[in-house]
Design a binder for this molecule. Structure first.
Ligand SMILES: NC(=O)c1ccc[n+]([C@@H]2O[C@H](COP(=O)([O-])OP(=O)(O)OC[C@H]3O[C@@H](n4cnc5c(N)ncnc54)[C@H](OP(=O)(O)O)[C@@H]3O)[C@@H](O)[C@H]2O)c1
Length: 318
């Protein structure tokens, strides 16, 4: 336990502490850094088990992070009991099913946006007054490598994580003058239950998990590297080689990297069942789609000259 580290002994509020990365962060912050951690999640059994293991240095509240009202009451309650947060870690989040955007539905989209993005806004808004009072004010937002390289089938997840990244990076500039640091963490695959909970029990979900198991880092390693990023007060935190590779590709050849990733996912969709729902229709209609694209190349000015000026409702050209 290094007492020279600024993290030592701080009061930390963290969401998603019941499992995965959030649980490992909580364990390390309490055991290795002597922090007082107030966790947020919903699963009582898992939270009680954590309380049992950590004792007085840990407590929790159960609420849905997509509720602004719940965040505000939570912050007020902590102020009342004298727990002034130095650090807020917005870790909790959900993934979407690998599918075409149109298959998510409006309610599906809203749930992901509320859970992954609005929760971060609500959390920061509710706790900023406390964080500003602290001499060690710090905010950590867990985004994703898909904010760097958005992938097919993860449209809304990628969009919410990109929103968290943009919010964090500009927030870091807003708060620099107050001496408050902001880290945005963009993990690649981490072996957690994130992919199990999605579309629970389905074959695709299991296959997604198998893929993550084969290339991901453990939540324990992720937590260690996130804390290292916090210790160094780094705004941009990459914790694994997959995220670094994605970052390198996007920095050096953005268009090529994005299109090659999409093409590779399509090419391997028979071998990786998780990708199948995204490309199934496209594969089945491959020939017709290719024909349609080829036809575009034959379109010349002469073939378009009878198109009305200003589109189908405009005046006709001579
Ligand atoms: N695992 C990865 O490969 C990966 C990669 C990139 C980014 N990330 C990001 O890392 C963060 C942590 O993910 P993880 O892999 O550790 O996932 P996880 O194992 O599924 O844990 C998610 C945590 O968030 C909590 N949670 C989810 N929705 C909530 C809600 N509406 N209200 C309150 N708590 C909620 C869950 O607690 P309860 O179920 O008890 O409510 C759980 O503690 C997420 O933001 C995720 O997007 C993960």
């Amino acid at each position: 336990m290094s007492k020279r580290n600024w993290i030592y002994g701080r009061n930390v509020v963290i969401t998603g502490c019941s499992t995965g990365i959030g649980k490992q962060l909580t364990l390390s912050l309490v055991k290795d850094f002597g922090c007082n951690v107030m966790g947020v999640a919903r699963n009582k059994q898992k939270l009680d088990a954590l309380k049992e293991e950590l004792g007085d240095k840990f407590d929790y509240r159960r609420f849905d992070i997509s509720s602004e009202e719940a965040w505000n009451s939570f912050a007020t309650e902590l102020e009342t009991i004298g727990f002034n947060a130095d650090v807020l870690i917005n870790n909790a989040g959900m993934i979407q099913d690998f599918c075409q955007f149109s298959d998510l539905g409006a309610a599906g989209v809203k749930k992901i946006v509320d859970t992954n993005f609005y929760s971060v806004i609500y959390g920061v808004s509710a706790f900023l007054p406390q964080i500003k009072k602290s001499n060690f004010g710090y905010i950590v937002n867990i985004s994703s490598a898909s904010a760097i390289l958005p992938v097919s089938g993860e449209t809304i997840y990628s969009a919410t994580k990109a929103a968290v990244k943009a919010f964090s990076e500009s927030l870091a500039q807003d708060l620099a003058g107050y001496g408050i640091g902001v880290s945005c963490v963009m993990p690649g695959p981490v072996k957690t239950d994130l992919y199990k909970t999605r579309d629970e029990g389905s074959n695709a979900a299991k296959k997604n998990y198998e893929l993550v198991e084969s290339i991901g880092i453990t939540a324990e390693v992720a937590a260690k590297r996130i804390i290292k990023g916090m210790r160094k007060r780094k705004t941009r935190v990459l914790i694994d080689s997959v995220a670094r590779l994605m970052d390198f590709g996007v920095r050096t050849a953005p268009s090529v990297t994005t299109s090659v990733t999409g093409k590779a996912m399509k090419a391997f969709c028979d071998k990786v069942p998780a990708f199948a729902p995204i490309f199934k229709d496209q594969k089945e209609n491959d020939a017709a789609i290719k024909e349609k694209i080829a036809a575009r190349k034959d379109m010349t000015y002469s073939s378009l000259k009878n198109v009305p000026v200003g589109g189908p409702f405009g005046e006709k050209k001579d």
